[in-house]
Write a protein that binds this ligand. Structure first.
Ligand SMILES: Cc1ncc(COP(=O)(O)O)c(C=O)c1O
Length: 387
């Protein structure tokens, strides 16, 4: 589908597949790869990433919301999907109808949900254990035992999995991750002693999967690293294989002008030209996910060189300094490479004092996604016109 403004994100599905292939070699054979495609695959496009990931060897998918799971099913994805967030018990029938696995951990939830199902109907559930993340999950052994007993004894539930999530797997000096591993192992032993064996046990996100490949039981839940980004800056030093970033972001100059000393640029007139300067206007702004903070210290690439924003980023447009006069239509790269030069999502995150996860997640539906495989364009996705 076409788009009518020269701002676009390129998603290299081959990079995603290479990253999965690297994980496949790195992880024991028994460990399934679950491609984490929540939040529109961290902004990359859930359906396209899910399809590419499955083709490359992922056997599971996961999302945060039931809505995201149903969307994948409606687009024809047949692999098992786990909703990792909390679903309303009143929506449990949707999970049954669409064959979606749910995260559970509350007695009351199980009680309510089971009332929605009739004889012969059962949903796959994964018991979430809070071993130290402090977000969702059953915490005490007593609670875990009770919930496990209910799942195992109620015919409306299939005890498909049990899992936990690490808070600090991306921190090399953290003791919490060891404590969480130990706690999860104890919980697994306890549940086994009850005579219950969930089919899948899982704990590792990208960071844990990169660092502790043999300790992950039988699923690794891989998000950020599948997109080619390192879970934290400190982990760059210990990566067992190189990761290939999948997303790049580009636009084109739509206006070029010379300003005189004393002229100001953009809202608030915070940028004041000190000499004669060339200023370029880009058709991208905070409504595209290029937030105002990126303008403060951020850089872009034009003609293979780094340059800075001039003044505040607007809703739909932003201005940059140009080293000399340039033509309208010149490509400007906000994330990605131009020749030898590169601006990574990590660079953007560092300058904006945030994490790389946020950068692609924030790109809005207004930015068309161009999908490439082996250098060839597969599909152009413009969500604005996709109805
Ligand atoms: C429960 C759970 N598992 C796995 C992941 C994937 O994490 P990462 O992107 O660090 O691999 C997430 C993402 O936040 C998550 O919430």
């Amino acid at each position: 589908m076409n788009y009518y403004r020269d701002t676009w994100a390129e998603i290299d599905l081959s990079a995603i597949q290479e990253n999965i292939a690297s994980f496949r070699k790195h992880l024991p054979q028994k460990t399934n790869i679950m491609a984490v495609v929540k939040a529109n695959a961290y902004g990359h496009g859930a359906y396209q990433v899910a399809s590419a990931a499955v083709e490359a060897g992922a056997t599971w998918l996961s999302v945060a919301l039931m809505d995201e799971a149903i969307a994948l099913r409606k687009q024809g994805i047949e692999e098992p999907i786990l909703v990792m967030g909390v679903t309303r018990p009143s929506d449990v029938r949707l999970a049954y109808e669409w064959k979606i696995s749910l995260t559970v951990f509350q007695q009351e939830w199980l009680h309510e949900a089971s009332k929605q199902l009739v004889d012969g109907e059962a949903v796959n559930v994964h018991l979430k254990v809070d071993t130290g993340m402090g977000r969702i999950g059953a915490r005490s052994f007593e609670d875990i035992q009770q919930v496990a007993t209910t799942i195992a004894s109620n015919p409306h539930f299939i005890f498909e999995g049990m899992f936990t999530h690490f808070a600090t797997a991306d921190e090399l000096q953290s003791e919490l991750v060891d404590q969480q591993f130990a706690r999860f192992e104890d919980v697994v032993d306890m549940v086994r002693q009850m005579g219950v064996e969930p089919t899948y046990l899982h704990c590792g996100n990208s960071a844990a999967s990169l660092r502790f490949p043999t300790k992950l039981f039988n699923i690794a839940r891989i998000g950020i690293a599948m997109y080619g980004l390192t879970p934290s800056p400190e982990m760059k030093a210990v990566l067992p294989f190189s990761l290939k970033p999948a997303l790049s972001l580009h636009t084109k100059l739509v206006h070029v002008k010379k300003v005189e000393p004393g002229d100001t640029v953009s809202y608030g007139a915070t940028y004041v030209a000190l000499k004669e300067e060339w200023i370029g206007t880009l058709p991208i702004g905070y409504a595209d996910g290029w937030i105002r903070r990126y303008g403060e210290n951020g850089e872009v690439l034009v003609q293979g060189k780094r340059t800075r924003f001039a003044g505040r980023i607007c809703m739909d447009q932003s201005m940059i300094q140009l080293p000399h006069e340039m033509n309208v239509g010149e490509t400007v790269t906000l994330i990605g490479r131009q020749g030898e030069a590169e601006i990574s999502a990590d660079d953007v995150a560092r300058q904006a004092m945030t994490i790389n996860y946020e950068i692609s997640c924030l790109l809005t539906a207004r930015v068309p996604r161009i999908y490439k495989k082996q250098g060839r364009i597969l599909e152009k996705m413009n969500a604005i016109l996709n109805f």
